[in-house]
Write a new protein. Structure first.
Ligand code: AP5
Ligand code: MG
Length: 216
């Protein structure tokens, strides 16, 4: 899943993973978990860059993601790769596994829409489910519908950090679209509309691209 911050990679990634019975591997979620666990202080320190909206190093991001992919036949990958080097590292990793990446789904949403979505996003501190203060409010204010835990505003969802993320996306992640476009793996999906409508579009693109997961 490729797309700018707030384009719906997590929202759609979770649904697609459920539909196809494969794991949703989200680099941001994995890194936030590492920070929260504090299990490895060096890793946790480096990963704190995420609160400020900056990237962590390619080594750390790749290490966390590949560790997860090692045990998955097929997967939905969200938030990785985020620059050209990561795209090359991923292809090399999957080439070694003889399980190439079939398709990069690019969720396209204009900047105005992204700002609105991110500025109102609420995230469950326990299960990671996301809501939106006006677009998709929880049934009880401040409480996750899913698990009953408290909803928080992600550190990098404060306005100044949203700008940092959008700028870094434009500079470093947008070139990744061409990387996949050049060998016909990129599928653009209009990310505006209801979540159901966007989900149907994603499914259609995966069908058109004859995607299979883990050779199944
Ligand atoms: P990450 O967690 O991946 O953040 P991101 O890319 O900025 O994307 P988001 O999670 O903010 O947005 P999303 O596209 O998942 O949208 P969502 O579905 O939540 O990464 C965070 C940080 O980790 C990075 O900044 C970096 O520091 C670090 N990091 C991660 N990977 C890295 C890597 N590979 N290398 C280096 N560093 C890395 O939706 C957003 C909102 O919109 C929600 O409120 C949702 O309810 C709402 N919404 C969703 N769909 C719709 C719709 N159709 N209509 C209206 N609202 C909608
Ligand atoms: Mg996300």
């Amino acid at each position: 899943m490729l797309g700018p911050p707030g384009s719906g990679k997590g929202t759609q990634g979770v649904r697609l993973a459920e539909r196809f019975g494969v794991p949703h591997v989200a680099s941001g979620d994995l890194l936030r978990r590492v920070v929260a666990s504090g299990e490895d202080s060096e890793l946790a320190r480096a990963a704190r860059a995420i609160d400020e909206g900056r990237f962590v190093s390619d080594e750390i991001a790749s290490g966390v993601v590949f560790r997860e992919l090692d045990t998955a036949a097929g997967f939905i990958l969200d938030g990785y790769p985020r620059n050209l080097r990561q795209a090359e590292l991923l292809d090399a990793y999957l080439h070694r596994r003889e399980s190439p990446l079939f398709c990069a789904l690019y969720l396209s949403v204009a900047e105005e829409g992204l700002l609105k979505r991110l500025a109102g996003r609420l995230t469950c501190e326990n299960c990671g489910e996301t809501f939106h203060i006006t677009l998709e409010p929880p049934k009880v204010a401040g409480i996750c519908d899913n698990c009953g835990a408290t909803l928080i505003v992600r550190e990098d969802d404060h306005p100044d950090r949203i700008w940092v993320r959008l700028q870094i996306y434009a500079e470093r992640t947008r070139p990744v679209l061409d990387y996949y476009r050049n060998d016909n793996r990129l599928r653009r999906v209009d990310g505006v509309g209801t979540q159901d409508a966007v989900f149907e579009r994603c499914l259609q693109e995966l069908t058109d691209a004859n995607v299979t997961f883990g050779g199944v």
